[in-house]
Design a protein around this ligand. Structure first.
Ligand SMILES: Nc1ncnc2c1ncn2[C@@H]1O[C@H](COP(=O)(O)OP(=O)(O)O)[C@@H](O)[C@H]1O
Ligand SMILES: CC(=O)N[C@@H](CCC(=O)OP(=O)(O)O)C(=O)O
Length: 258
């Protein structure tokens, strides 16, 4: 059975149609499905309500202890349980957990200079835990909040958590976001992106904001031997079985980039 990591972005999470959840149910018939979710916009709302200011650096949230508390509350509480419920309504055996639970994800500080604050990169994935859930026919639904070896909680970008999990499980990685793919300057979907093209597109500003961690995460997966990494929206995912070209596929080799 093929293993599939579906990363669901906060940008699209609350507007996913019922057909999406039904499609996930279909996918579980022939794949081991692992879901990793974000929740950026919901975190923004909660921070705003509490008058806590937050800034971003290269698509990553600069995280103070106060910001971290809100991120955990939203991601591991509100968003995780929202998704688990939606999936269960469509008969998916969803099992919600965060990177902290069962020491699923071990993180380390992403930026030793302290500029990003309490932001983590995944250092280790507890594969056994994921395998155990999959073997019992559960679909793990994972919030990216994680902990260091020393038990310091860290805010981990959901794209990079999904990539770490896909690498560990050698799974195909699909980013489901609010846009049909990575867009060129001419606002056309770029079907294939290579490492070189990604570097150019970030430098010249074609790729910005939340798309930066996504393409970087996709690339890191491909570089570590993951077969495929693709960025698309929920509609395209549902149509993936019938369409040949869909979204943006991240490749190692050079491909034309406009
Ligand atoms: N070249 C690009 N192509 C597509 N989207 C881009 C590009 N550059 C920046 N973006 C932005 O990235 C967003 C997706 O990132 P983000 O909002 O973090 O999504 P998610 O919550 O799904 O992780 C898009 O909606 C778009 O505004
Ligand atoms: C460090 C960092 O940036 N963490 C992210 C975690 C959530 C996330 O990644 O949500 P999306 O998938 O919706 O972008 C944040 O605080 O927004």
């Amino acid at each position: 059975m093929e293993t599939l990591v579906l990363k669901i972005g906060g940008s699209t999470l609350e507007s996913l149609p019922q057909a999406f959840y039904k499609h996930v149910h279909e996918l579980t018939r022939t794949n081991n499905v692992i879901i990793v979710h974000g929740g950026g916009p919901a975190i923004n709302d909660a921070l705003e309500k509490n008058a806590i200011e937050a800034t971003f650096h290269q698509g990553l949230r600069v995280t103070t202890p106060e910001v971290l508390q809100t991120c955990e509350m939203v991601l591991s509480g509100q968003t995780n349980k929202y998704l688990v419920t939606k999936l269960q309504e469509q008969h998916v055996a969803a099992f919600g957990l965060s990177g902290i639970d069962g020491e699923l994800l071990q993180a380390k500080l992403a930026d030793q200079t302290g500029a990003l604050g309490l932001v983590g990169d995944i250092a280790h994935v507890n594969k056994q835990m994921i395998t155990m859930l999959l073997a019992n026919n559960y679909v793990p639904v994972i919030s990216p909040i994680s902990m260091t070896k020393e038990k310091q909680k860290l805010n981990v970008n959901a794209d990079s958590a999904a990539a770490a999990i896909a690498k560990a499980m050698q799974a195909k990685l699909v980013f489901v976001t609010n846009i049909k793919g990575v867009m060129s300057k001419q606002k056309e979907i770029i079907p294939f992106l290579s490492k070189k093209a990604i570097e150019v597109a970030i430098t010249d500003g074609t790729i910005s904001g939340g798309m930066i961690p996504k393409v970087k995460a996709a690339l890191s997966c491909i570089e570590s031997g993951v077969q495929e990494s693709i960025i698309l929206d929920s509609e395209s995912l549902i149509g993936l079985a019938t369409h040949t070209a869909c979204g943006t596929s991240i490749r190692l080799e050079e491909a034309s980039y406009v």
